[in-house]
Design a protein around this ligand. Structure first.
Ligand SMILES: Cc1cc2nc3c(=O)[nH]c(=O)nc-3n(C[C@H](O)[C@H](O)[C@H](O)COP(=O)(O)O)c2cc1C
Length: 390
């Protein structure tokens, strides 16, 4: 672990540093969510409420915390979730994140709404990464993005289905996030000189790298934002996913399922994997926290697809809890975004922290490998007995 991050012991520490480094309106964009942000809080408390087993006097001298996600062997069953605008956290942020993920041996998923394009990330990366997309009104754009992802070596497409329209995020409204530049915004940038130099002055261009070829008139994030708003398609159905399945030759991950019936429909549409997700509480506030929704979805999926979960995963213990509740792995969103405020080395330090916590939790819970934890998850023991809140 890089020395200068050695004293960052938890998610809260990485978050605290990010809050001091990043201008408030940008920090709010990462931190915030929909409505009263009830779901953001409950995603975390639902994981916190899960009780781990404690086993003693078991020979745990050799344990294996590695996992397999969609045919890729990973140092732990965890991937970096797609985060739009992550490139605003540090200079060309997505290229720094992909390198940190590679070094840690976990997959990185690039958002369609990234600052860096697929091609730029592919030039920085040494291994294939995942690409996230959602349905846009202009299906030619969807097809072209899939072609670009494939040509750049991506073989796993994460298709987000909980974004028929964007959730109402009050912090972004109050901060006029997508409005023009104002003296107040400029002042807040100047008050964060390290960020201003790293990202504002040296980190451009500040555009949606993937979408730039399709948006002729866009010169700044505000004009990209309004193009994007016109692309959300509330008429999307599972029939469109079947169309998508025909277009994409690689692995297809359906992200944003919270109901067992939708999990079944995702399986019927040919999904290789499902992500139990409420978009980190950014879409519909007051829906079920993901740790609570997971066991019933695991039962519905019944091992017929890889099952991932995100939302509120804040430590290696939470990774183990997710496995014990029936997941094959997790995605983490805000944890890596906050770490990114301090660059690649900090993301590496965060991932090393998760890895150490996962291994410690496994030893103290008497679980020698992640398959053993997943077998408990599949038997639904934990969700039936030890966890009254779930
Ligand atoms: C700032 C921010 C931007 C996000 N952008 C995207 C995105 O572009 N595409 C997507 O599928 N999910 C996006 N998400 C959702 C994440 O992929 C993930 O589901 C969520 O962050 C998990 O919750 P966590 O932040 O509690 O870990 C975003 C989340 C945040 C916090």
């Amino acid at each position: 672990m890089a020395d200068r991050h050695a004293t960052l012991a938890s998610f809260a520490d990485f978050r605290r540093i990010a809050k001091t480094r990043i201008p408030p309106l940008i920090f709010d964009y990462f931190e915030g969510g929909a409505g009263d942000e009830t779901t953001i809080r409950e995603n975390e408390t639902a994981f916190a409420a899960v009780r781990l087993p404690q086993r003693v006097m078991v020979d745990m001298s050799a344990i294996d915390s590695s996992g397999d996600l969609l045919g890729e062997s990973c140092a732990m069953p965890l991937a970096l979730a797609p985060i739009g605008f992550a490139g605003l956290m540090c200079r060309r942020g997505e290229t720094q994140a992909v390198l940190a993920a590679e070094a840690a041996g976990v997959p990185f998923c690039l958002s369609a709404n990234a600052i860096c394009s697929i091609e730029e990330v592919a030039r920085a990366a040494r291994r294939p990464f995942w690409f996230q997309l959602y349905m846009m009104r202009d299906r030619d754009v969807v097809v072209d993005l899939m072609r670009r992802a494939w040509d750049s070596g991506c073989r796993t497409l994460v298709f987000t289905v909980d974004l028929a329209m964007p959730g109402i995020r009050r912090r972004d409204i109050r901060n006029d996030l997508f409005g023009g530049t104002t003296p107040a915004k400029l002042l807040s940038y100047v008050r964060h000189p390290r960020w201003l130099i790293d990202v504002g002055l040296r980190g451009g261009p500040h555009t949606f790298g993937n979408l730039a070829p399709y948006v002729a008139q866009a010169r700044n994030l505000a004009s990209f934002g309004s193009w994007l708003m016109g692309q959300f398609d509330a008429g999307v159905t599972w029939r469109d996913i079947a169309w998508l399945r025909d277009q994409w030759r690689g692995k297809l991950v359906i992200k944003g399922v919270l109901d067992p019936r939708d999990a079944q429909l995702a399986l019927d549409s040919g999904a290789d994997a499902i992500v139990v997700s409420n978009h980190g509480g950014r879409q519909l506030d007051s829906v079920s926290p993901t740790a609570a929704a997971l066991p019933a979805i695991a039962q519905a999926v019944g091992g017929h697809a890889t099952l991932l979960v995100d939302g509120g995963v804040r430590s290696g213990q939470d990774v183990l809890k997710a496995l014990l509740l029936g997941a094959d792995g997790v995605l983490i969103g805000r944890p890596w975004a906050y770490a990114a405020a301090s660059g690649e080395a900090a993301i590496a330090a965060l991932l090393a922290r998760f890895q150490a916590e996962l291994r410690t939790a496994m030893v103290l819970a008497g679980l020698r490998d992640t398959d053993e934890a997943k077998a408990i998850g599949r038997s639904h023991q934990l969700s039936r007995t030890a966890n009254p809140p779930i």
